[in-house]
Unconditional design. Structure first.
Length: 314
């Protein structure tokens, strides 16, 4: 099991990536292949073209967008040997920056289960396990700070395809306050925020798709968990009624994997657990790692809260 700690993370990197991809009419997915070990990191493929990140659209047809608007520097500069600011203001058609690039988008898996779903709210990630094996990790949108996703143990109560959205009274009131057209129900289709798949886990909370993929990997929902349309379509057949769902709140994760010590600091989206160095120091001391860990890197992660698993040994 990965050791776990509480603290806080930076949504801006991948959330900006999603939002700007949507702004430019590009498809977007953050589904990531996973390691198969029990204590593990998730890593994107060793290299990926800019086009493969955003789908089949030709980015070179969009010279108005600069490279750093679409791909945040934190994801590409350090792992490609680029100097800070190397991508700033560069046109997407720039030859050197349109080549194959590595992306660093690693996450620590907070815990393993035999069969079930684990969601870590600060990570904005959902992990699916079957027969003790990690099937995949998927970015999700979680409840906003004033409309939180519930924390605790749940089970899949029902599944529906092409569900009619019966708009809760509370959301109808919000529509009214904001001057929107108040709807009591929304039929299946492109205007339905549930997308094509609905997995209910409580009276008021579910896991579902979305008609607004740019909001995935953010804290913007009314409590439900939204996945990219292709991600929910992938996992829906693997989820059975009665499957356990554990929703946790662990902004800071750390683990020793092989010869490396990893630290992942995510933003404390609900303000429940402030960042702290002391628990990391205590874990390092108990594990005889105090002299192995690069504490400058630890402090950098605590300050930046990038939400990326960072190696801190050496």
């Amino acid at each position: 099991m990965a050791a776990r700690l509480r603290t806080s993370a930076l949504v801006e990197s991948d959330n900006a990536l999603a939002g700007l991809a949507s702004k430019h009419g590009l498809s977007f997915s953050l589904a990531v292949p996973l390691a198969s070990t029990r204590t593990m990191c998730i890593r994107v493929p060793a290299s990926a073209t800019v086009r493969s990140v955003f789908g089949s659209r030709d980015l070179d047809d969009r010279p108005a967008a600069t490279f750093d608007e679409i791909v945040p520097p934190v994801l590409v500069e350090p792992c490609n040997g680029l100097a800070p600011g190397a991508v700033a203001g560069r046109d997407l058609a720039h030859a050197e920056l349109s080549k194959r690039l590595q992306r660093d988008n690693r996450h620590l898996v907070p815990r393993a289960v035999e069969d079930g779903i684990v969601v870590n709210i600060p990570q904005r990630m959902l992990f699916l396990f079957k027969a003790g094996r990690l099937v995949g990790g998927y970015p999700v949108a979680v409840g906003r700070p004033d409309w939180r996703t519930p924390i605790g143990m749940f089970r899949v109560l029902e599944k529906q395809h092409q569900k009619v959205w019966n708009v809760p009274k509370s959301i109808q009131e919000e529509m009214r306050r904001e001057g929107q057209v108040v709807k009591q129900e929304v039929p299946p289709g492109p205007e339905n925020p549930l997308g094509e798949y609905w997995i209910r886990i409580s009276l008021s909370c579910g896991i579902h798709g979305t008609n607004f993929p740019a909001n995935v990997y953010s804290a913007t929902t009314h409590g439900c968990l939204r996945l990219q349309p292709e991600a929910i379509a992938e996992i829906d057949p693997l989820i059975d009624e009665g499957m356990p769902v554990e929703i946790i709140y662990e902004p800071l994760l750390y683990a020793r994997i092989g010869d490396q010590c990893y630290l992942e600091v995510n933003r404390d989206v609900y303000g429940l657990h402030p960042p702290a160095l002391e628990p990391i120091e205590a874990w390092a001391a108990a594990s005889s790692l105090t002299d192995t860990i690069n504490w400058r890197l630890v402090m950098n992660e605590l300050r930046s809260k990038r939400g990326i698993a960072q190696g801190t040994c050496g």
